[in-house]
Design a protein around this ligand. Sequence first.
Ligand code: SF4
Ligand code: SF4
Length: 432
Amino acid sequence: MFAGPDPDEYSKCVHCGFCLEVCPTYQQLSDENHSPRGRVFLIKQVAEGTLPLEAAVDPVFTCLDCRACETVCPSGVPVGHLIEMSRGQIHAARTQAQKQSRRERWMLRGLFSHPKRLRLAGNILRFYQVSGLRQLARSVGALKLLPSHLQEIEAGLPTVPLKPKERSLPLPVPHPASSSGRQPVRAALLTGCVMDVLFADVNDATARVIARNHMTVVVPEGQVCCGALHVHAGDREEAQALARRNIDAFLGAGSDFVVTNSAGCGAAMKEYGDLLRDDPAYREKAKTFSAMVRDISELLIEQGFDPPTGSLDQQVTYHDACHLCHAQGIREQPRQLIGAIAGVELVEMPDSDRCCGSAGVYNLTHPDMARQLLERKITDIPAEAEAVVMGNPGCMIQIRAGLAARERSTPVWHTVQLLDMAYQAEDQSSKR
Ligand code: SF4
Ligand code: SF4
């Protein structure tokens, strides 16, 4: 029997309304039911039996789970956790919402949970992108047969790197000789589900940057999707199964840290302790695992990094991914890394921590809201920015799609890619 939201969590809300003005869905809809305060109240009413579960379905699933409300809440209401538990409750109760999300459930259980199927899908996508099929589809207008939000997402997808399977990272990536005298650190890299297929180049850059900073990179065999998308969709059972597999894979790898370059994965893995709190066999291991998780920017600042001497000479702006800034409190570390690169000037964008509308698979399940938020995000990108930098793959796809829709060619980089470029520039200048 699924326990549902915790009364101790929703009872913390004092209805002050400080959260309203930062909630993207409330900003767009001006409807109390689509505000953090309203959602918490609906969840409370359902739990107390004064409202049927179905009445909460739309507000709970229209939430982005962006956690901007948690950043400003003076009472410490864990709105994101309440939303996720409420979704789990809805999922377990087999309501209409579950019937409406069959496609989403197929993607989550049938695709993201299976690395081999994802690679196959990636290879098919790559064939489409590089064989001329994409160009043909565009020139004859075939893409117009797709719903408009899928057309936009298609435009935001990066070209799948060549044969992801064969490009897998060397095991382990040794750290170069260090003159610092620091103890060698072993960092186990989560290659991720989407990252491993669409952004294998970001994984490669991550491994190079870690190694460049005198740590050894290991890529544990047997690792799988982190389960973040499943938690967001309310499928906690599948998320727990994936978490157990990752815990076994990573704790068996004998590393000091579990490192990720995906904000959503990092936030989810830091909460494995909560996800598996009712599992006596994994409860303690999950806590140990969660304590080892670091975002790549967090790891580099915590362990110390060598400021690159290579110069990049460009103005960039930075988008705060919700699950980095709101869920993990990581705001300064990426800015410190960017600020350490010679020639790079950071031009802040307004409301850099407002959700871009990606939010896992939200841009597939709620395309209209996702598009409205993307429009606002793209408008906020300063005209002088020569690149947009961020730390989450979903945001990278979403913002690329938004830029493409406005025919802007501004590149989108992961923070670690920018740092890697600066290290490569340093290598090139030393060869001259
Ligand atoms: S800021 Fe926190 S306490 Fe205030 S209404 Fe929002 S959730 Fe409730
Ligand atoms: S998580 Fe985001 S969308 Fe959901 S209630 Fe909080 S601020 Fe609003």
